[in-house]
Structure formats: structure tokens, C-alpha cells
Design a protein around this ligand. Structure first.
Ligand code: PLP
Length: 436
């Protein structure tokens, strides 16, 4: 290992002296200075190269520095980089068209934002405007972003007191491993979670509820893939009461689960879908709301969601078009599905067989979590000190991991290869051996 180069040392010094980091970055702040990246690898200023099994914040779906995307951004920057959202600009229409190519036929419009939180913010506002109702139901163990309505919709990390969360109501979603419902099978968990949701809807007054907002697969809370039938059941409850179903695919969308949208695997079509991250692989900030034709038509000249100076920015839109086209041509979603089914599923199951500290493995595509416990009998979560050692051990073995609470999230770019997964599995295996 070589010492930090001069740029790296300066980057670290300036960052520490002058950058006010968000809570999540503080928690993760390591003396890692990233000098460059390519594909699934991140190069550090001290000369090390790490295999990126974090996809940064689970956004780099087509990998780092994809030449087609960087070229498209450069080309657009040379042509037109600044324009107000009120003017038409070619890459924006093309980006919407590219997204809609992969959406069910009932969707007709895309509203662009700058990221995931403001996508949810706008979806909530749209649902309230369209239904004329106020309340929003969302799940505990969810993450929807850190702005006003998105953070109060967030179930886990509620950092705002309840008085700021008026109109937001939480319910428990399915999570069989730590069931709130004393369920022992996925079928029981599904049925009881739906009964619980129906009771919450009744208690709140169905006529006052604008939307049920859910992550299709809650990601930050631990890749909680819902049991078969759950989302279709939520859809039925929503339909019964004229409530809109909003699915947050900010993390799950654009290939991560092995399909373009995760809801495709759950036999459900929502009214609104929020997205960000993977839509352009995180190269330029972008997000948005995919709107069903029925919702889009309900808007007229009198009601409108919030627009922002930079939403639909030409550079971001050029990156969206190039990302989606590259994913189509290179069969990136198919790769995520194959790697998930043929390499990660058996590889992670083997780790669970070999290591008693693995309580549960769950996931799909390139979206997995290993939940670590001190005892399988009690399911006691592994504590922060041991998880810190897990993270350090993975870094030492050349892996850039995503470690959250008592979990290792296994979230490489969708372009990951069999050989790279094999390297990661070996690193997990070695670190888990130290933990058992
Ligand atoms: N929704 C989900 C499901 C997310 O995972 C995230 C970010 O991790 C967000 C929303 C917020 O997105 P952003 O960080 O772009 O605001």
C-alpha cells in the first residue's frame, strides 16, 4: 500500500476542515479518499483498489464511469447545459420516453425531480391534490428520504417529533424474521400484515387517506422482500377506498431486483412510482415520479406539483437516456437477474449454512442482505462494535461494503461478474469466520 498522494491528502484535509457532513456520511466517514472508479471498482488515493459491493448508496447500477454515459454527459455539456424546466429540451422528452418503455401501459407521464426525496415529496403532493384527502399511510421500517414529507413518511429513522408529522400514519409491513404478528410462515405473515393494514385504514377513516406509500422492497431497512400476495393485497385495500398506491422504487428500481421495476415481480401495478438513483446510475442528480395516465389526466391547469430550477436538467436527462440505452443493449437487467438467481442466491445460502452468525439471507437480483445475529435461537442482533469489525475486515480484504445496523447489504452494480461475486463471497466468508 502506498501513502496517500498529495491530492488525496488535501481532499481529506479540506473535507474535514470545511465540509459539514450529513448524519449518514458522518456515520460512514472513513479515511477513504476516492481518486477514481471504473466498472465495479473504486480506486483510492493511497493506491488500493476496492471492489464496490455498495454501489455507493445503492445507485451505481451500471457501474462507475460507463463510457457511453460519460460521453453523453460531455456531449450534452458541450451543446446545452442550462435551461429552465419551462422550456422544452430534447433529452428530457427522450428520457421520459426511455423510462416509459419499461413501465406498464397504464403509465403515460414522467415528472422529473432532482432525487429520491423530492420525488416522494411530489408524489405525496400529487396524491393529496388528486384525491382531495390529507392522510398518507406508510410503513415502519422504511426510508423515503430526508426532506419534509419524505422524512415523516419514513418509518425507521424518524428524526422529527410527531407534531411535525401530522397526516402521516405508520403501519407494520411484513418481516417474517422479526414478525410483529407472531406469524411462522410467509402466508401467515402476508395475511396478518394485510389484516393489520386494513384495520389501520378503517381506524384512520378511509375517506381521509390520499395514499399508501411503500417501498416495493424496503431497502435501507434490510431488503425486506414482501411475501407473495402482499402488495396485491395492499392494492386491493387501496382500490376499495379510492386510495392511491405509491411505490417508492428509488432504490429497488432500474434493474436492482433483476427486473426494471421491482413491482413487476409482485403482480401489482401502482398509481405512482417514484424513482431516482439507478435511473441514471447516480451520474448526475435526477429522480422523478412515474404517473399513471389516470393520475396525469386528473391534473389540469389549476393544480400542479412543485417544480424546481434544476429538475429535468439536460445533463441529468442525457445521462438517463444513455444509462437506459446502455442497460438495454448490454442486457444489464438480465445480468442482475441471472447473477441473483445463479450465483448470489446459492453463494449466500452456503454462507448461511456455514456460519451460525448469519440469521437470515434475503433478496433478489443484486439486492441482498445478510442479517447477523449473536445466536440463531434468540435472533439477538450483532452489536455495533462487532459490525464495525465486520466492515473493517471487508475493507481489509479489498471489498467496499454496505454495512447497516446488524446487516451486510450485498448490493454490487448490476453489471457485476461471476468472478467478482466469487471474490466478494470469499471476503464475506473470511469475515464471518472471525465473527462465529
Ligand atoms: N427512497 C428510498 C427507497 C431510498 O432508498 C432513498 C435513498 O436512499 C430515498 C428515497 C431518498 O433519495 P435521495 O437520497 O435521492 O433523496
Amino acid at each position: 500500500m502506498t501513502a496517500l498522494d498529495a491530492d488525496g491528502a488535501l481532499a481529506l484535509e479540506l473535507d474535514r476542515a470545511h465540509v459539514f457532513h450529513s448524519w449518514s456520511a458522518q456515520g460512514a466517514l472513513q479515511p477513504l479518499v476516492v481518486a477514481g472508479a471504473s466498472g465495479c471498482e473504486v480506486a483510492l488515493a493511497d493506491g488500493r483498489t476496492l471492489l464496490d459491493f455498495s454501489s455507493q448508496l445503492v445507485n451505481t447500477n451500471i457501474g462507475h464511469q460507463h463510457p457511453r454515459v460519460t460521453a453523453a454527459i460531455a456531449e450534452q455539456a458541450g451543446r446545452l447545459a442550462t435551461v429552465a424546466p419551462s422550456h422544452a429540451v430534447l433529452p428530457r422528452g427522450r428520457a421520459a420516453e426511455a423510462i416509459l418503455r419499461h413501465a406498464p401501459a397504464s403509465f403515460s407521464k414522467v415528472f422529473f425531480t432532482n432525487g429520491g426525496a423530492d420525488a416522494n415529496e411530489n408524489a405525496i403532493r400529487m396524491a393529496r391534490l388528486v384525491t382531495g384527502r390529507d392522510k398518507v399511510l406508510s410503513a415502519y421500517r422504511s426510508y423515503h428520504g430526508n426532506t419534509g414529507a419524505a422524512v415523516v413518511a419514513t418509518g425507521d429513522w424518524r428524526r422529527v417529533p410527531n407534531e411535525y408529522a401530522r397526516g402521516h400514519v405508520h403501519h407494520f409491513g411484513p418481516y417474517l424474521y422479526r414478525s410483529e404478528f407472531w406469524a411462522t410462515t410467509p402466508e401467515e405473515e402476508c395475511e396478518r400484515a394485510l389484516r393489520h393494514l386494513a384495520r389501520v385504514v378503517e381506524a384512520e377513516g378511509p375517506g381521509s387517506i390520499a395514499a399508501i406509500l411503500l417501498e416495493t422492497v424496503p431497502g435501507t431497512a434490510g431488503v425486506l422482500v414482501p411475501p407473495p400476495g402482499y402488495l396485491a393485497g395492499v392494492r386491493a385495500i387501496a382500490d376499495r377506498h379510492g386510495i392511491l398506491l405509491v411505490l417508492d422504487e428509488v432504490m429497488a428500481g432500474f434493474g436492482r431486483t433483476g427486473s426494471w421495476f421491482a413491482f413487476e415481480q409482485h403482480d401489482v401495478v401502482p398509481d405512482l412510482v417514484t424513482f431516482a438513483k439507478g435511473v441514471n446510475s447516480g451520474y448526475v442528480p435526477a429522480g422523478g415520479v412515474l404517473m399513471s395516465d389516470a393520475v396525469a389526466r386528473a391534473f389540469d391547469d389549476r393544480v400542479y406539483p412543485g417544480g424546481l430550477t434544476y429538475s429535468g436538467h439536460p445533463l441529468a436527462m442525457a445521462a438517463v437516456v444513455a444509462t437506459i440505452e446502455a442497460m438495454e443493449d448490454e442486457k444489464v437487467v438480465e445480468n442482475a437477474a441471472r447473477i441473483g438467481a445463479e450465483v448470489l442466491a446459492p453463494g449466500l445460502a452456503a454462507l448461511a449454512d456455514a456460519h451460525p452468525s448469519v440469521g437470515e439471507v434475503r433478496g433478489t437480483g443484486v439486492f441482498w442482505a445478510l442479517e447477523l445475529v449473536t445466536s440463531r435461537a434468540t435472533r439477538e442482533p450483532v452489536g455495533p462494535a462487532a459490525m464495525g469489525a465486520v466492515k473493517a475486515g471487508l475493507l481489509d480484504r479489498g471489498l467496499l461494503p454496505f454495512v447497516q445496523d446488524n446487516r451486510i447489504h450485498v448490493v454490487p452494480p448490476c453489471v457485476v461478474t461471476d468472478a467478482q461475486v466469487a471474490r466478494a463471497l470469499a471476503a464475506y466468508d473470511a469475515v464471518l469466520s472471525e465473527l462465529d
